[in-house]
Design a protein around this ligand. Structure first.
Ligand code: SF4
Length: 378
């Protein structure tokens, strides 16, 4: 039997094992220069009844997997049978539910780019229905835009929190107004602060995503300082960093081609990240959960771990030029995950060979090659 359950294109890395329920389609703004995700797609609200139908379908699939578990001698144990189903799922709907059950079936993520734009009573109705349908769910989260959060009344956000909304993920990107404007983010630093603070006040947990390298060569310093200022004002539970990648579907690609935007190098970006961390005074968890970040080990609870995080950047900066190149190439080809990997002689040698090839005998690998390797991950 085929099950139909609509799925959107993405979810945050921290929601990789969440049940995905599509609350809206695409992005109501869809203009950010650095983003290609929904370009060419029209934003649509989905009626609450349609979303509830998908939740029912997820429930039917879960019940079906439970039934298979009993029939195949797994005695209702979900992890084992979900693993079996995942090896050969009949369709994407089944795969979504099986992956969720495989990792304990605890969290749900509402797709796409800004579920908060739904009428508050309808979104609350969907969240309540989710809680009733899956009473064991621990966390329900979604993406939102700061501007939409700033427009909602505090009481509306409290209503969503009381309905069972646990967390919102917001793309803050930068706190520097000229950069927000240049990137056509459609929000100001003041709106970021207003929306973010309101979410924190409502009790909903908040993740703010920022983009390292977004200021390019020209605005990196202001980007770092102003982003830290905005984050200090909001004090989100999580600050999550990712590094700018540009593919030819993003409007920013043309800006690079015509010379209007000059990309920052890995070292520029680490200087920027150092300045950002130096200026952060809020009590937030700093998370580097994205493969594009050169030093993914820069993580910790602020302000407690600030010095350790800065020391990690200094450690990279103290490397010889050859070792810096070796590490950058090793990261970008997926051989290294942290600076300590430089001391793994086997991997180091393989990366040396790759570097030799990429640099055509020279020890320098040009920036374009490094960018291309990094973007290969996206
Ligand atoms: S608001 Fe988010 S999803 Fe929409 S265009 Fe901007 S970055 Fe992309």
């Amino acid at each position: 039997m085929a099950y139909s359950l609509e799925l959107g294109p993405i979810r945050p890395p921290s929601e990789a094992y969440s049940l995905l329920i599509r609350a809206t389609r695409n992005c109501p703004w869809n203009r950010c220069k650095f983003c290609h995700l929904y370009k060419g797609e029209r934003f649509q609200l989905r009626p609450a009844d349609e979303i509830k139908q998908d939740i029912q379908t997820a429930r039917l699939i879960r019940d079906k997997i439970t039934e298979i578990s009993w029939k195949s001698g797994y005695g209702g144990r979900m992890r084992e049978i979900a693993g079996v189903v995942l090896n050969n799922p009949p369709d994407e709907a089944f795969r979504n539910v099986a992956l969720w059950l495989y990792s304990a079936g605890e969290n749900v993520f509402l797709q796409d780019a800004n579920s908060l734009i739904m009428r508050t009573n309808e979104l609350a109705e969907v969240i309540r229905f989710l809680r009733e349908t899956f009473p064991d769910v621990k966390r329900i989260t979604s993406y939102a835009r700061s501007k939409t959060a700033a427009k909602k009344k505090l009481d509306e956000l409290i209503e969503l929190y009381q309905a069972g909304l646990s967390r919102l993920h917001i793309g803050l990107e930068s706190g520097h107004d000229p950069l927000l404007q240049y990137m056509d983010k459609g929000v100001t630093a003041a709106e970021h602060i207003a929306g973010g603070r309101k979410i924190v006040e409502s009790g909903i947990s908040l993740c703010e995503y920022i983009v390292l390298g977004l200021g390019g060569k020209e605005m990196w310093r202001e980007h770092a300082i102003q982003t830290a200022r905005v984050l200090n004002e909001i004090a989100p539970d999580f600050i999550r960093v990712r590094t700018l990648t540009i593919n030819n579907k993003t409007p920013l690609h043309a800006e690079v081609e015509n010379g209007n935007f000059i990309r920052a190098t890995d070292e520029d970006i680490l200087k920027e990240e150092r300045l950002l961390i130096e200026h952060l005074e809020c009590h937030s968890n700093y998370v580097s959960d994205h493969i594009t970040n050169l030093l993914q080990e820069i993580e910790g609870a602020l302000p407690r771990d600030k010095e350790t995080m800065l020391a990690c950047i200094d450690r990279f900066m103290a490397l010889s030029p050859e070792e810096k190149t070796n590490f950058r190439v090793g990261r970008r080809v997926g051989m290294y995950s942290s600076l300590d990997d430089l001391y793994d002689s086997r991997r180091h040698e393989v990366v040396e060979q790759v570097t030799h090839k990429l640099s055509q005998g020279n020890s320098e690998v040009d920036e374009k090659t490094i960018y291309a390797l990094m973007e290969g991950f996206i």
